[in-house]
Unconditional design. Structure first.
Length: 194
């Protein structure tokens, strides 16, 4: 099924990560990188991969970016794989996707994660599985606090392979992101009347 999947990745200053992610996507006929104004070498690294198509778009929200790619990214495959710029596919999950022959009622696949720090997997993690492989026509993203939530119409199956969540950006950038995310989550709770 590998030739029936278009992958896409959202980026902004992901130079320490994007090459490892795209290396594991060389099997994909097309990978769309939607960049939100990187000032590092993210775009150059992405363009070094011949199957990569770069879209530049100012950041609104994660949901808006992902929906833009789904609707206007020129995707011509039935299946889409939506990844973050620090999600590195394992060989096991690539092999599993290659062997898939989904029934018509299956609309997507949930994949589990191994959380890594500096390339070293942690023994355990609370990072939940996510739907990252799905039929494009049955999916849409909605904003949910600092993140986005994917709604897929149809049955979701679980794959046994994993994705490494392996962010190699500096710790101070991660801490600053967590502060921004905390404010967005607080706004969400206040808006919902908690």
């Amino acid at each position: 099924m590998l030739d029936a999947v278009t992958a896409f990745v959202l980026t902004r200053d992901e130079g320490p990560n994007i090459g490892r992610v795209l290396e594991k996507l060389r099997w994909a006929p097309r990978v769309i990188v939607c960049d939100s104004g990187s000032s590092d070498d993210t775009r150059k690294i992405a363009c070094d991969f011949p199957n990569t198509h770069l879209i530049e778009r100012p950041f609104e929200s994660f949901a808006a970016q992902r929906n833009h790619v789904l609707q206007h990214g020129g995707i011509d495959t039935e299946w889409v794989m939506a990844l973050d710029a620090d999600y590195v596919l394992s060989d096991a999950v690539i092999n599993e996707i290659e062997r898939l022959n989904p029934a018509a009622e299956i609309a997507g696949y949930r994949i589990g994660f191994r959380y890594c720090i500096g390339g070293q997997p942690l023994r355990a993690s609370l990072y939940p599985p996510r739907i990252v492989l799905f039929r494009r026509a049955s999916a849409r993203y909605v904003a949910d606090g600092h993140q986005e939530r994917l709604h897929v119409d149809g049955r979701i199956e679980q794959l046994s392979g994993t994705i490494d969540h392996d962010d190699r950006k500096p710790l101070d950038r991660w801490l600053a992101s967590q502060c921004r995310y905390m404010n967005l989550e607080a706004d969400k709770l206040v808006e919902r009347g908690f």
